[in-house]
Design a protein around this ligand. Structure first.
Ligand code: NDP
Ligand code: GDR
Length: 346
């Protein structure tokens, strides 16, 4: 039975990846940090918590001793480093913390692997944010990096650390440059989930209006449940490498909102521009989406669009969920959850 250690197990990807590994017959150890309130809802929803082949390990990526301890306890064949301060907007407010976790933390885990057992295979969760002000279309593994946020800069350090440990010590460290991937388990602060939740709540009469930032930003959005399979495939390859996982289709925030509201049976009509742009209900004329400049970022990544060609050719990985299917899946899940919450409250 193969053994895996997954850092950041309580997050979106941690939950989906752990479910995927358990389904493949792995013994999985999930790293979670101590918090005042436990954050196991995703693991519970996917039937991970309580699974016979799953155990928690208390772990903080920023503590070298904690990394060494976790690897010593889990004795993994594979480590998936998903832990991180993953919200780009917060990285502008907490740049040092973001670097401590997502840059130095990633390095410390690699160092712990080198010390404990250099035969362990490592997946490093790198990000399309590293492309930032994009230097080529679509972005490939050869496109130069130009990060535009403390988050992107921190991820670039983690990415190059993985490459460096591969080249310096022969460690099987693969870096996955993942474009945005979403799901009903996405954190509510990210724009897709904020929109699906907002659309569901407005449909149910629980909210009047949704405030967003840059409606023109374009992202290559895929389904997280498919992307975790790409992570696993990277560690089954003959050689470690860097791979992009993306869908190859970019959509604006505005269009994603239009699709989510449509999934909630509301047609949006857009008018105005810049901070005065409004999405109105086609039937009532009521403003349902408005712009709040507070959600704009000091420096923005306007457009991300990735080519998954290398992952398709070498790993046989191919995403199939369209952004229309994704938005519908997210809105339907939020309609059910919000309706249940409303019933419980009444
Ligand atoms: P989430 O924000 O949902 O999950 C992040 C996880 O990291 C949580 O489990 C969190 O724990 C944990 N964590 C944060 N700080 C620490 C720390 N100091 N020590 C240990 N654990 C910590 O992110 P996702 O699941 O969406 O993403 C997984 C990884 O992939 C992240 O590194 C992210 O930056 C990267 N990524 C994500 C993409 C996406 O579109 N989702 C795209 C490209 C890269 P807690 O629950 O306690 O907060
Ligand atoms: P991103 O995701 O920054 O791409 O990082 P996010 O969903 O936060 O933003 C996507 C785009 O939408 C614009 N936007 C808003 N964003 C948020 N959060 N809230 C708003 O109200 C809003 N209005 C417009 C943003 O400006 C941006 O252009 C995600 C994370 O998962 C990272 O961890 C990961 O590395 C990258 O994707 C790839």
């Amino acid at each position: 039975m193969k053994r895996a250690f997954v850092t950041g197990v309580t997050g979106q990807d941690g939950a989906y990846l752990t479910r995927h590994l358990l389904d493949k017959g792995y013994r999985v150890f999930g790293g979670h940090r101590r918090t005042s309130t436990q954050n196991f809802w995703r693991l519970a929803q996917l039937g991970v918590e309580g699974h016979d082949n799953f155990s928690f390990i208390e772990h903080d990526l920023t503590d070298l001793g904690s990394n060494i301890r976790a690897l010593t306890l889990a004795e993994p064949d594979e480590v998936y480093n998903l832990a991180g301060q993953s919200f780009v907007a917060v990285s502008f407010k907490e740049p040092t913390l973001t670097a401590q976790i997502s840059a130095v933390g990633a390095l410390q885990l690699l160092e712990a692997v080198r010390i404990v057992n250099p035969a362990i295979r490592v997946y490093q969760a790198s990000s399309a944010e590293m492309f930032g002000k994009v230097q080529g279309m679509p972005q490939t593994e050869a496109t130069p990096f130009y990060p535009r946020s403390p988050y992107g800069v921190a991820k670039l350090f983690g990415h190059w650390s993985a490459v460096n440990y591969r080249e310096s010590y022969g460690i099987f460290a693969s870096s996955g440059i993942l474009f945005n991937h979403e799901s009903p388990l996405r954190g509510a602060e990210f724009v897709t989930r904020k929109i699906s939740l907002g659309a569901a709540r407005i449909r149910l009469g629980l909210q009047d209006c949704l405030m967003l930032g840059n409606l023109d930003a374009k992202r290559d959005w895929g389904f997280a449940g498919e992307f975790v399979d790409g992570m696993w495939r990277m560690l089954q390859a003959d050689e470690p490498d860097t791979f992009i996982l993306a869908t190859g289709v970019a959509t604006t925030v505005r269009e994603f909102a239009t699709q989510c509201f449509a999934a909630a049976d509301i047609t949006l009509n857009w008018s105005g521009s810049g901070d005065d742009e409004v999405g109105r209900c086609s039937e009532t004329g009521r403003p349902l989406v408005q712009v709040d400049p507070a959600f704009r970022r000091p420096s923005e990544v306007d457009l991300l669009l990735g080519s998954p060609a290398r992952a398709t050719q070498r790993l046989g990985w191919r995403p199939t969920t369209t952004v229309a299917q994704l938005s519908r899946m997210m809105v339907e899940a939020d309609l059910v959850r919000e309706d249940q919450g409303r019933r419980r409250a009444s």
